[in-house]
Write a protein of this length. Structure first.
Ligand code: ZN
Ligand code: ZN
Ligand code: FE
Length: 744
């Protein structure tokens, strides 16, 4: 038997997931000698083996790799013969190109959970228990490779017992970077009545203090993985109302954390896939249909008059310990001032000092803020609505190679950024709405993080053509080689990239608003996307947004402007819900605004048409949170009503007047809403007749509507829509990079 020395490089998610101990154990079992190390582009293995042994080794790597790992490719080459005494794990090499994937923050694995509740274990009740198979990752990383010195755990000196586990390749905590225990790890502290309480050892008592405070109706800010939550007892109406008052959040539903899946089942209908998602290591907030008698279980103030609730399960040991003692559903909502980024340290949390009564804190620094992820399941398919903790940073393989390094700045709402190199795109976690200085700063720090972690220098920087987007301004002001991408084109291409679809496609881009080629706001668009760009083959007949931004908050303004389009000034004398939502003199003023087009941009937005319909049916005149009108319309849908409204198409514009007139004539809201949903499906069906040879691709925030999406999946079983990336503007950055794919 002749041995040769092979060098094997493995890329993908191979760091922070127990990959080296796995290889160590495998090599030892097979009696192979050599070494392994982490590098900036993955792991590097040297091994002495025969060709047969090499094949077996590689097969077993693929077959038995750690469950959290993901292998993108394995390359092996024969190198000059080397001599090894045994198989060893070498110190990391921090040179080389940084292409390794950063592992996301994950829940507490089963083994750690059983240790957490085992009185005989030395980590019994330890709120930061972790191993190579679970725990914090992305949120604590300052640089690559993923080693303790490049995380916020670097300031904690391991005790003897932890160090032994850390250095033992057969231990579950071998090189588990966030390893720690009561003696050496991060510590809890408690703040109440203007006083901090800290303790070196007995800090478990602070968990009891938090439990008592929550039981007593208090609001507690609790430090989690990617930021703080504001937490209170969801069964206590006074507590929930206080939180609403203090946060100035009148009706937007709060997310609920339950002990476990069984407690969640007392609140909502849960399908098999929803259960899998709730229990997944990523632990996102899952939007569920509330049970009719949910008010017996939790306060009606949690989600007033809304049948959709967001539920998630505990995802850190600290949450598990709290929930175990509280044993009731909690509100756990992101600690931030509305639309500002999540608070990740005490400094930023100060802004909320009038909201919380106490803080349960700890001293492990959050390096990279990361919100809770939000997902839903439609027709047993998962759709990510906000991609953050547990998933981020996400890396997607493009179907073709990028010629240059590309940085994309995304949109302005639900902003994410992305970097592209080779055929990889890494999408940042949800950054948020860039409507304030804090969010813009957060955007900047994300750009810094990403360029640093991946040692990335962009050759080309992409922005949305909307001149007022903060992301656009920032890109243009700070970079030289910039290029614009059209908003709705990016929407469609994000799905093309996710599903690796071959162009051309018929794209349906329905959203709130985005800047269009003609300088108006688009949002109800049919785009045929091909290798050279796109053709706008059809769109909604545009209408005016009376008062611009204000019309987005007030569906009644959109409805009124559409009524003016149809009936002229006479609309003022109509007897309907839209007209009665205004004072008489307001109507006169709005007519002048309409006639003279004062601060009233033109839009073909489908999202705004939903708003107008909600106003006409008196479902929603002024919204209190984004997406409210669509959510309320969903609840009126009756699947037994199969008819739709007639519509015309003139000069490549879908006319809405007939639809609107029919809706106004309808006596029953349910019939009107149901037929309206069916009409949208029919419009798509009508357009699709001319493009039957092309894949049908949906994208844009309107497709967050569960009813519309499920009707479309039923009608077009082969339809493509955003799943791993959000259909809303959170996917724009990916779509922008996809526009640079070399398709020849
Ligand atoms: Zn674990
Ligand atoms: Zn220790
Ligand atoms: Fe959009």
């Amino acid at each position: 038997m002749t041995y040769s020395t092979y060098k094997i490089n493995i890329n993908g998610v191979v760091q922070g997931v127990g990959f080296r101990p796995f290889i160590y154990t495998l090599a030892s079992k097979l009696g192979l000698k050599g070494k392994i190390s982490n590098g900036a582009s993955g792991v590097e293995i040297y091994i002495n083996a025969t060709t047969v042994q090499l094949k077996e080794f590689l097969d077993k790597i693929n077959k038995h790799k750690p469950s959290l790992s993901q292998i993108d490719n394995i390359i092996h080459i024969k190198v000059d013969n080397q001599i090894f005494e045994n198989f060893t794990i070498e110190k990391s090499d921090s040179g080389g190109e940084k292409t390794v994937k950063i592992p996301p923050d994950l829940y507490v694995c089963k083994e750690c959970q059983s240790e957490l509740f085992d009185p005989n274990n030395r980590r019994f009740n330890y709120p930061f228990i972790t191993c190579t198979q679970c725990g914090v990752r992305y949120s604590i990383i300052t640089n690559l490779p993923y080693d303790r010195e490049f995380t916020s755990m670097s300031s904690f000196k391991m005790c003897k017992a932890c160090k032994e586990e850390y250095n033992d390749p057969t231990n579950r905590r071998y090189h588990a970077q966030p390893i720690g225990c009561f003696d050496c790890g991060p510590k809890l502290s408690w703040f109440e009545n203007d006083t901090w309480q800290k303790s070196d050892k007995e800090y478990s008592v602070f968990i009891d203090k938090a439990v008592d405070a929550i039981k007593n109706g208090k609001i507690v800010a609790i430090k989690g993985v990617g930021g703080y939550h504001l937490v209170c007892d969801a069964t206590n109406s006074d507590a929930v109302k206080t939180l609403r008052d203090r946060k100035n959040r009148p009706s937007k539903p709060f997310a609920i954390m339950t002990n476990d899946i069984n407690m969640a089942k007392n609140l909502a209908e849960i399908s098999t896939n929803e259960e899998l998602l709730l229990n997944s290591p990523q632990r996102p907030i899952v939007l569920l249909k509330a049970l009719p008698d949910i008010s017996k279980e939790i306060s009606t103030f949690v989600a007033p008059n809304i049948n959709t609730i967001g539920v998630f399960l505990p995802y850190t040991p600290l949450h598990l310990l709290l929930m175990n003692k509280l044993n009731r559903p909690l509100i756990a909502t992101s600690a931030n001032i509305s639309d500002e980024p999540l608070c990740i340290n005490l400094e930023s949390l100060k802004k909320l000092k009038n909201v919380y009564d106490a803080i349960l804190d700890h001293n492990r620094e959050i390096v990279n803020g990361c919100d809770d992820s939000v997902a839903m399941v439609v027709k047993e398919k998962t759709v990510m609505l906000r991609r953050a903790r547990g998933y981020a940073p996400l890396s997607i393989k493009l179907p073709s190679v990028l010629k240059e390094n590309i940085l994309a700045f995304g949109a302005n709402q639900k902003n994410t950024i992305a970097i592209g190199f080779g055929n990889d795109v890494v999408l940042s976690p949800h950054i948020g709405d860039l409507g304030n200085i804090e969010s813009v700063n957060y955007l900047k720090s994300n750009v810094e993080t990403f360029t640093k972690l991946y040692d990335f220098k962009p050759d080309i920087v992409l922005y949305d053509f909307h001149p007022q987007y903060e992301s656009t301004k920032f890109a243009k002001e700070n970079y030289k080689n910039t290029q614009g991408v059209w908003h709705h084109h990016a929407h469609i291409l994000s799905v093309v990239a996710e599903h690796k679809i071959e162009l051309p496609v018929l794209g349906v881009a329905f959203d709130g608003t985005g800047y269009g080629e003609d300088g108006t706001l688009w949002g109800g668009e049919f785009l045929v996307c091909n290798k050279n760009g796109f053709d706008r083959v059809l769109s909604l007949e545009p209408f005016l947004l009376l008062g611009g931004e204000k019309a987005i908050k007030e569906p009644r303004r959109v409805a009124l402007s559409i009524l003016f389009d149809i009936y002229g000034k006479e609309a003022i004398n109509l007897n309907n819900h839209v007209i009665s939502a205004f004072e008489k003199n307001e109507l006169e003023n709005f007519y002048t605004m309409y006639e003279k087009k004062i601060n009233s941009p033109k839009t073909s937005s489908m999202g705004r048409l939903f708003d107008a319909v909600a106003s006409m049916l008196n479902v929603c005149q002024i919204i209190t949170f984004e997406g409210e009108s669509g959510m309320r319309l969903e609840e009126l849908f009756d699947k037994n009503i199969k008819e739709y409204y007639e519509f015309d198409v003139i000069n490549k514009k879908i006319q809405i007047d007939k639809i609107i007139k029919s809706i106004l004539r309808e006596k029953d809201k349910k019939i009107a809403v149901s037929k309206f949903f069916r009409t949208i499906v029919e419009i798509i069906n009508f357009v699709q007749q001319d493009y039957k040879n092309m894949p049908l691709v949906l994208s844009g925030g309107v497709f967050q509507n569960r009813i519309l999406l499920s009707l479309l999946i039923e009608k077009f079983p082969n339809i493509y829509f955003a799943q791993a990336i959000p259909p809303n503007d959170g996917g724009i950055a990916l779509g922008q990079i996809a526009s640079m794919m070399n398709l020849d």
